[in-house]
Design a binder for this molecule. Structure first.
Ligand code: ATP
Ligand code: MG
Length: 1024
């Protein structure tokens, strides 16, 4: 199960009010300085014009349309409009020609069959534009005319993209019919990469075999062919006229042509490994424009340029780079990812630590993907397909959590597709040292290094110390710099004195100032740490984060501060705060946390894992736009977050009861002064005299080393690794497995971590354990007069590996499922839910159920049952708040349980898929997984598939009339802002781009399926 749900860290959009002009940042102008916009625009216009001259010759109807006008212009009177007249003309021409060549080719039977499949799959658009594509296809028409195609009956039919394709093909067919007819008959197409071409190509092949069998169908088609083209066009226009008219412009089309030309140039540049970096680091200049447009980034920092132009980077060597927090590490990784996707035409995997960060990245990169023509696919929570869909043309950027990234890599290895992965980027690489998640990250990277020599690995972090170990493991180059665009000043507060952290001073700190704030006796008692004084120096004009050791402490501190804030604070952004409270209430079916209700009017809120995802998102949005100015939070908000904070205060040098680590300290204070949001940043660590010595050590010592957890995390580490190595046939005998182990991060540190045993001993021991547990089978073979130990994975082993089940539980799961078969109660979902309630959450549950304690029962079973009651109630009521109240558990915990159960349910499903005896569970668990994943009213499910649309937002959208994915993909962001409460322009755009992306993905998947169905089997017996 992913930890992400409990410890979510998010990046939130740049806050407008504090955003300095980017030109004024301290970045030194560099060779990276980009061409001026004017020059760029001029160049682009010229290319557009050139491309227009080239492309539009002889296509009169298109020329008549002004570049910015809607293609269909006055379609209210289309009977006589010139556009249809052109179609008529083309049809006439076509008919004459096809009459002449009546017996030349015949694909009717084939297309008849394909059409029925296409209709079944609801992809009539494919056939629609197929018909106009070339004469072969027009000849193929059979059933199209008989099946009235109503706008709206087809998944793709009423999409703007279908209009675009429709028109493109129409234009193309007019070209073809005008002067390239004979060529087209030979199967050559000017649209080499569309599904149509491949369909037609397949049809040609098939036709050669089917000759003579299809004349009957062909004659049917002839009689109604003429009607179809015009009528289809009319019906499409009618359908589209009813729908919102998209802006389809000639210039847009031409710009796309320019873009694809630039991509081709860039591709060649990369292939030739020339020093010329192309318009923008070998990328089309459009990428640079998109960074200006979407992220406000106008030029690269000096270090970013240096890093991108390192010879090792150009040579695609593995790379680790490390810079302080807010150094701008993400941009470098993004540019390298785009190079891989667009120029080298390979897929990319980006691994991020938490679900919410994955979702944020998906939203922010969706617009890039749409503009540049690649897919962004989400692998987080229960989302993600294994193996991923094989894309025909566009490449995919998989954005994944650590766990999903591992499963994705496994599935690519299993299907022999790992070489399609050109680049793997790991953000927050130091997480490799963090428990079982670190072990999974290590396994993923070790497998890639071992099996795919062409996949480049890039890791980044702000808090790395023992880089050499990591370098050795990843065989990577290292780049580092101390650059931080916004200076961060560190302070310590002891009593009422503030000291500045100063590495040059003997004590590590120098006196800075005394706190100047008059404290009454009551205030002194209530606020001995002077928090009120410290925060009021900053808020409400700037924002402030106060890190607290525990969740409860966050809430108490927020309330305490508000008690002493003057009434003036209430007047700040009063309207927005009321809106926020209203929205929080609406999102939670009328419920509202009493603490937030009291603190929000002052612009203050707490932020920790006890909040629901909806609440968290709303509060973060309000904070980043300045409606809220103070967050009291736990360390959940520490790493990778881009929230505004002029000042970060650490309430105490503790996280829970543990003394702060240097890495944690650095990550927390690193939230202050984020580039593009704030111009200054400062941190204040509050400490008591007793902790002074430890704190002085904390601020002066180096960052902690990170150590491999592979062996320490027994069942979740080395055991899981070995099982998958054998299951995936990466290494199946003792020698190979040992060889693999030599390439791990653990092997680099083995002498430090486990002196008593050799790597060989560790390997043998772990394999022995797996064999004993019945997950592996050992057999010996004699090779070159030597005994060799080989291993097979057993059925249970394979099921556990496929289901990514923690090996500590796999036999218990098997036993429980087996027992379930004896009397599965299907009257309600309860029994099934019990079977998919995560084992690892059981120990955290403390049922308030005295009767069970009095009896002698297995506590694990009771706890699990108790949790399944919680889940069962949740599925019935779909209201986290009422369930939270009913079971006296925090709403954040309930949501965490739900996410965990959804994940585990999908794991159990995969487990059952491998074991014949559990066939009955397969169908049942598909539905249950879906129910647990969404746990909302069914009608909201399609909307919630869109990244970033949570339940509350889905409800709002649904109520406003956006009922399907197609509605969202075609929505106008400006209209959304007007109709949906509390939705910023940026969010509206992100929702629309994410929906568009998802829709494209679905359409592509269907086309893929059609192609697969129509593909000529390579092993088809020769009938000659
Ligand atoms: N060249 C640039 N010009 C202006 N702003 C930039 C530039 N590069 C990055 N930024 C902005 O700087 C902010 C911080 O960047 P980023 O999130 O990449 O930091 P980071 O190095 O990953 O920090 P952390 O280690 O805390 O995750 C972002 O808002 C980003 O948009
Ligand atoms: Mg980062």
């Amino acid at each position: 199960m992913e930890e992400g749900c409990s410890r979510i860290r998010r990046r939130v959009s740049v806050r407008k009010r504090n955003r300095p002009s980017l030109a004024s940042t301290s970045a030194i102008p560099s060779a990276a300085q980009l061409q001026s916009r004017d020059e760029q625009e001029e160049k682009e216009e010229e290319m557009v014009a050139r491309s227009r001259r080239r492309k539009t010759v002889g296509v009169q109807p298109v020329e008549h349309n002004d570049s910015e006008e809607d293609m269909f212009g006055d379609y209210d009177s289309f009977t006589e409009n010139s556009f249809l007249a052109q179609v008529d003309d083309l049809e006439q021409k076509y008919l004459q020609l096809s009459e002449q060549r009546k017996h030349a080719t015949d694909f009717a039977t084939e297309d008849f069959c394909s059409e029925s499949i296409k209709n079944k799959l609801g992809v009539t658009t494919v056939s629609n534009f197929t018909e106009y594509k070339s004469d072969e296809h027009t000849e193929n028409q059979t059933e199209h005319e008989d099946v009235p195609i109503e706008p709206g009956t087809d998944v793709l039919y009423d999409l703007p993209s279908s209009q675009v394709l429709y028109f493109e093909n129409l234009q193309n067919s007019s070209n073809d019919l005008g002067d390239q007819l004979t060529e087209k008959r030979d199967g050559s197409s000017s649209f080499p990469n569309t599904v149509n071409e491949e369909l037609s190509h397949n049809c040609i092949k098939q036709q050669e075999q089917n000759d003579g069998s299809s004349s009957k169908v062909r004659s049917n088609s002839d009689t109604s062919r003429r009607k179809s083209i015009k009528d289809h066009l009319k019906s499409t226009m009618t359908g589209n006229a009813k729908a919102q008219t998209p802006i389809f412009s000639r210039s847009k089309q031409l710009k796309e042509t320019v873009l694809s030309e630039e991509i081709n140039v860039a591709k060649k540049t990369i292939e030739s490994s020339s020093d010329d970096l192309g318009p923008f680091y070998s990328l089309p200049s459009k990428v640079r424009d998109l960074y200006v447009q979407f992220k406000g980034i106008e030029k690269l920092y000096e270090w970013q340029h240096t890093c991108l132009t390192l010879s090792s980077v150009q040579e695609r060597k593995n790379l680790i780079y490390s810079l302080p927090t807010s150094g701008g590490k993400t941009l470098v990784a993004e540019i390298l990812m785009l190079q891989e996707l667009l120029c080298r035409r390979k897929d990319v995997l980006m691994i991020l630590p938490y679900v919410a960060i994955v979702q944020e990245k998906i939203s922010s990169l969706s617009s890039f993907a749409i503009e540049l023509g690649f897919f962004v696919e989400e692998y987080a929570g229960s989302k993600g397909r294994f193996p991923p869909i094989k894309r025909r043309e566009k490449k995919s950027l998989y954005i994944a959590t650590i766990e999903k990234g591992h499963s994705l890599v496994n599935s690519l290895i299993e299907t022999g597709r790992i070489d399609s992965l050109g680049l793997v980027v790991v953000d927050e690489l130091h997480m490799i040292g963090e428990g079982s998640r670190g072990a999974i990250l290590e396994m993923t990277l070790a497998k890639i290094l071992y099996i795919s020599k062409t996949t480049q690995v890039i890791g980044m972090s702000a808090t790395l110390n023992n880089v050499e170990d990591l370098q050795q493991f990843l065989q990577a180059e290292y780049y580092t710099s101390q650059f931080r665009p916004v200076e961060l000043k560190e302070y310590l507060k002891i009593n009422d004195t503030i000291y500045e952290v100063d590495s040059k001073a003997d004590s590590g700190m120098t006196f800075s100032r005394l706190l100047n704030y008059k404290y009454s006796d009551t205030l002194k008692k209530m606020d001995p740490d002077h928090l009120v004084a410290l925060v009021t120096e900053v808020i409400p004009n700037y924002s402030c984060l106060v890190f607290c050791p525990s969740k409860k402490n966050c809430e108490n501190v927020a309330e305490m501060i508000c008690k002493f804030l003057s009434k003036e604070y209430l007047k700040q952004r009063e309207k927005e705060k009321c809106e926020l409270i209203k929205n929080l209430r609406n999102m939670s079916s009328g419920n509202m946390c009493p603490v937030l209700k009291r603190t929000i009017p002052f612009g203050v809120a707490y932020h920790h894992s006890g909040l629901t995802n909806d609440e968290r998102r709303l509060l973060e949005e309000a904070y980043s736009t300045g409606t809220l100015c103070l967050f009291t939070c736990t360390s959940t908000l520490a790493a990778g977050v881009n929230l505004p904070a002029r000042r970060v205060i650490l309430r105490a040098p503790y996280v829970a009861k543990e003394f702060l680590k240097r890495n944690q300290y650095k990550q927390m204070i690193g939230r202050a002064g984020r580039a593009g949001i704030d111009t200054i940043g400062e941190s204040i660590l509050i400490l008591q005299e007793k902790d002074k010595q430890q704190v002085l050590e904390l601020i002066s010592r180096p960052l902690e080393n990170c150590y491999s957890c592979l062996v320490q995390e027994f069942t979740k580490g080395i055991q899981t690794l070995f099982l998958s190595l054998i299951g995936l046939k990466i290494a199946t005998n003792l020698d190979d497995i040992y060889h693999f182990m030599n390439g791990t991060f653990f092997a680099v540190q083995q002498k430090t971590l486990l002196k008593e045993k050799s790597l060989w001993e560790i390997t043998v021991e772990s394999l022995g354990y797996l064999t004993e547990k019945g997950l592996l089978q050992k057999y010996t073979v004699l090779s070159e007069e030597e005994l060799q130990y080989n291993f097979h994975i057993t059925k249970l082993g394979r099921a556990s590996f496929k289901g990514t089940i923690d090996l500590a539980y796999c036999d218990i799961l098997y036993r429980d499922l087996k027992k379930g078969l004896e009397g599965l109660v299907l009257e309600s979902l309860l029994h099934l839910i019990y079977l998919t309630t995560p084992y690892d959450l059981v120990s955290q549950c403390d049922p308030d159920w005295m009767i069970y304690f009095r009896q002698k029962v297995d506590k694990d079973i009771v706890n699990r049952l108790y949790l399944s009651f919680v889940l069962y109630t949740l599925l019935k009521e779909t209201n986290i708040w009422s369930v939270s109240e009913k079971f006296n558990m925090s709403r954040g915990y309930i949501q965490n349980l739900l996410t965990g159960a959804a994940s585990f349910s999908s794991c159990v499903l995969h487990f059952c898929e491998e074991l014949e005896e559990f066939w009955v569970y397969r169908a049942l668990l598909v539905e249950l997984t879906k129910k647990l994943t969404y746990c909302v009213k069914v009608e909201l499910i399609p909307l919630m598939e869109v990244t970033g649309v949570l339940e509350g937002r889905a409800k709002q959208l649904y109520d406003a009339g956006y009922k399907s994915l197609m509605h969202l993909a075609n929505a106008n962001p400006e209209v959304l802002i007007r109709t949906i409460d509390h939705l910023s322009r940026c969010q509206a755009k992100q929702i629309v781009s994410s929906a568009k992306m998802l829709l494209h993905e679905k359409a592509e998947a269907l086309q893929e399926e059609v192609e697969e169905l129509l593909r000529l089997p390579s092993d088809l017996p020769d009938v000659q």
